[in-house]
Design a protein around this ligand. Structure first.
Ligand code: DOR
Ligand code: ZN
Length: 343
């Protein structure tokens, strides 16, 4: 049987929620990934170091016995974030970044930043204290078409942020367009991007052809095929500016299969396997280890993992849902087969 052994990967962008959902989803991530950047968009959001440390304890309690998993915490940037908090976060060994959500851009982003320019003193403090800024890069203008919101964000905000703060490490999270790929490639070495499995696997036909399929709905929304091809080329290029971030974002099935369904694809159950399918289809399995296990750690200035994980080329069926006792989460590729399996 064909196998592939790589250094144990990390997930540089994940939502694990809290409470019962956390207990359902965390074992999936801890099975594959040594570390993960934990997004702070809880309700209420995780805005301070003290809140993040409490949340970290809750996550650690949900790690299955024997699993080796470290949550890397982030703080939610608001207009009330202070320089003192930024300094405190940068000095904490458990806090690794701030997350910028433009207010209204996505799930639980209502506490986000509505005037990005007004946050420049905070970006300056992050640059000074050497803590990365993770950006949900979409404009929220009502007039802007949802498929154009990432491209518009680059022109309206990101280009200037990168120019004004050349020493600030920035991750443009979950890039979805050819324009974002080009921007990151051309920017200085402090600018990187994560790429999700769904944006590598699917174009917008998966979401909209033959019926509306809410489990492919996430933000930024999946785009047309030319963008997917640009993302696959970036992920498999060996360029260390692009690394793995699933954006696995569990929502209860009934809240997605709704007249106003939530944004987010749940992918933690088979994340590495789905990336392996993408890299294999692009004839680039030799590039998977850098993307999944090296470049993110290097960017965050953390040591690379020393243990390994083995994938086998064998088909298995994804269940229709995960969870029990009222928790029902429909995963990406529910009732479909995946061609790789981790041991
Ligand atoms: O689809 C998404 N879901 N995009 C985000 O930016 C947030 C996430 C969530 O938290 O559900
Ligand atoms: Zn996210």
């Amino acid at each position: 049987m064909k196998t592939l052994t790589i250094t144990r990967p990390d997930d540089w962008h994940i939502h694990v929620r809290n409470g019962a959902i956390l207990k359902t989803v965390l074992p999936h991530t801890a099975r594959q990934f040594a570390r993960a950047i934990i997004m702070p968009n809880l309700k209420p959001p995780v805005c301070t170091v003290d809140q993040a440390l409490l949340y970290r304890d809750e996550i650690l309690e949900a790690v299955p016995q024997g699993a080796d998993f470290t949550p890397l915490m982030t703080l939610y940037l608001t207009s009330s974030t202070t320089e003192a908090e930024i300094k405190k976060a940068a000095e904490s060994q458990h806090i690794h970044a701030f997350k910028l959500y433009p207010a209204g851009a996505t799930t639980h982003s209502d506490s986000g930043v509505s005037d990005i320019k007004a946050a420049y003193p905070l970006f300056a403090a992050m640059e000074k204290h050497q803590i990365p800024l993770l950006i949900h890069g979409e404009v929220t203008d009502e007039q802007c078409d949802i498929f154009d919101r990432e491209k518009a964000f680059i022109g309206k905000y990101l280009t200037d942020i990168v120019e004004q703060f050349p020493g600030l490490r920035v991750v443009l999270e979950h890039v979805t367009t050819a324009e974002a790929v080009q921007f990151v490639e051309a920017a200085n070495q402090n600018i990187a991007a994560t790429i999700t499995p769904q944006h590598l696997l699917y174009n917008r036909n998966a979401l909209l052809v033959g019926g509306i399929r809410p489990h492919y709905y996430c933000l930024p929304i999946i785009k047309r095929e030319r963008h997917r091809l640009a993302l696959v080329a970036a992920a498999t290029s060996g360029n260390p500016k692009f690394f793995l971030g699933t954006d696995s974002a569990p929502h209860l099935t009934n809240l997605k299969e709704s007249s106003c369904g939530c944004a987010g694809c749940y992918s933690a159950h088979a994340a590495l396997e789905m990336y392996a399918e993408v890299f294999e289809a692009a004839d680039s399995l030799d590039k998977l280890e850098g993307f999944a296990s090296f470049y993110g750690a290097d960017f965050y200035r953390l040591p690379r993992n020393s243990s390994t994980i083995t994938l086998q080329k064998t088909s298995w069926n994804v269940p229709s849902s995960y969870g029990e006792n009222g928790i029902l989460i429909t995963p990406l590729k529910a009732n479909e087969s995946v061609n790789w399996k981790t041991q």
